[in-house]
Design a protein around this ligand. Structure first.
Ligand code: IPE
Ligand code: IPE
Ligand code: MG
Length: 257
């Protein structure tokens, strides 16, 4: 009887927030929020309905990440490749930041969240860029969770831009080729100043990175789930963190355990 109970506890009992808080929390969590379209399709709704629902989950998970004491939450919201989608969907996605931040910004300010953005924001429509810039400005003095949106972000284009800038700095004599070290390259990326992610979560069952933080994810723990982003809950987030806490991060060395 006792053995059976132990087994049940190990296998079936959902992990709690209290348990997760007893172990080191990943400092930087990055999420590829995928599956909005399929969530909508399953319900015979337009894809936009999935994106709207996904936005509510962003709000919920941001609040929860802050409560857990996570320092940085990076959310892949729109990739440089997502422009390939039908214009009506792109238009809807571009309206979301404004809609989201209008209702959510006061809460972010009250919760001491600092909004940041990575990606080619200069290519966004004015109203999208303005909404994001306003949120960044109004939360710039906050010291809590860094909520880092990747908007019109693509890792290869980020690395290409960094290489071009490094080449220009060498050309004008501000840098010598020997100065080009790994930390220097990191400092030319859009994530400059942010530690690399400790944990990457991707929802919706796709096992790929889709051009997200290729340099920064070199030693990140990866966690994939079939759950679609609009169905993602605090409980799933706890499961991802608990899985991370069970991993043995060796960074190429030998186990410290
Ligand atoms: C993720 O959901 C949101 C964005 C890429 C903007 P998708 O829209 O990719 O949903 P699926 O993958 O088609 O289900
Ligand atoms: C990755 O999802 C981009 C975002 C979540 C913003 P996609 O749905 O665009 O990725 P692929 O096309 O399945 O690789
Ligand atoms: Mg997708």
């Amino acid at each position: 009887m006792f053995n059976k109970m132990r087994k049940t506890k190990e296998i079936d009992v959902p992990v709690t927030k209290e348990e997760v808080l007893r172990h080191p929390i990943p400092s930087h969590v990055a999420i590829i929020m995928d599956g909005n379209g399929r969530w909508a399709k399953k319900r015979a709704l337009p894809r936009a309905a999935g994106h709207y629902e996904g936005m509510q989950v962003v709000r919920k998970i941001t609040r929860f990440a802050n409560e857990l004491g996570i320092r940085i939450l990076s959310l892949y919201a729109f990739s440089t490749e997502n422009w390939k989608r039908p214009k009506s969907e792109v238009d809807y996605l571009m309206k979301l930041p404004e809609q989201f931040l209008t209702t959510f910004l006061p809460e972010l300010i009250a919760e001491n969240v600092k909004v940041q953005v990575i990606g080619h924001t200069e290519a966004l429509p004015d109203y999208t860029r303005r909404a994001v810039e306003k949120a960044v400005e109004e939360t710039s003095d906050n010291t809590g969770l860094v909520l880092n949106f990747a908007l019109n972000y693509g890792s290869r284009s980020e690395i290409t831009a960094a290489v071009q800038q490094i080449a220009k700095d060498v050309e004008r004599g501000a840098l010598a080729p020997e100065d080009i070290t790994e930390p220097l390259i990191s400092s030319y990326l859009m994530t400059s100043g942010l530690a690399d992610p400790d944990l990457l979560i991707r929802t919706s069952g796709e096992i790929r990175l889709s051009n997200f933080m290729l340099w920064q994810l070199a030693y990140t723990e990866l966690w994939f789930t079939d759950v679609l982003w609009p169905d993602f809950t605090e409980q799933h987030f706890l499961e991802a963190i608990a899985a991370y806490q069970r991993r043995d991060r060796r960074f190429g060395g030998v186990s410290a355990r």
